[in-house]
Design a binder for this molecule. Sequence first.
Ligand code: ADP
Ligand code: ADP
Length: 225
Amino acid sequence: MSKIEIRNLVKMYGAHQALHGIDISIAPGEFCVLVGPSGCGKSTTLRMVAGLETISGGEVVIGDRVVNGLKPKDRGIAMVFQNYALYPSKTVYENMSFSLRLAKMPKPEIARRVNDVAQILELTPLLERKPGALSGGQRQRVAMGRAIVRDPEVFLFDEPLSNLDAKLRGQMRAEIKRLHQRLNNTIIYVTHDQVEAMTLADKIVIMKDGRIEQQGTPDEVFHDP
Ligand code: ADP
Ligand code: ADP
């Protein structure tokens, strides 16, 4: 498992400063949730860790490497988005195995991984279905499965549950928590939902206007005066 260090991170969009020097230290296996109102800089922070956004100042360290110049695929990360696009004409198995096939992993190893992850996520009976024949929650599990099969050191979640209804959101929260307890990957999870943050986080970082307002355990952050 990898630690993540975000050091004095700055983001300029032209003349607009979106991040004013953010510092976050995440221990190996820790579940860190970034919360705060829309526009406070959560996504920008996550996308800079992922390598999807250039870094205007500061450093991102994953494991023991500064990753500032590295491509997303070389950072040991996997990302789950709000708009998880599955391939509509491919089966669940093919959706989950796609990135491993691109990486030219041997087929028996691919089958082993996909079947293992399908079991964890209770997707085994659905492997031959196409996304159109799945519920929203099932599709979201496939999107997670697709990330998990790559066995990343670090998971990055950007509002992964915000398109689901309240009941499904609750179920998926429990699922993500269970998954983390089992796999123990290091996680950064972005949400504007305080309940989600409270339920999932080992560490909560509250952001406002491109700065960190407060960080600590859920107890420290939500119960201190
Ligand atoms: P959050 O994820 O907390 O809603 P964002 O990280 O998306 O916030 O945005 C932080 C700030 O950066 C906002 O003021 C937003 O308008 C601005 N911003 C985000 N993406 C871009 C972009 N591609 N170009 C210009 N400004 C952007
Ligand atoms: P190809 O057309 O290149 O053989 P496929 O998608 O048909 O690719 O299958 C890739 C490999 O994964 C094959 O070895 C196939 O037997 C295996 N496979 C396909 N579906 C499953 C499944 N549900 N469980 C286990 N292995 C599977």
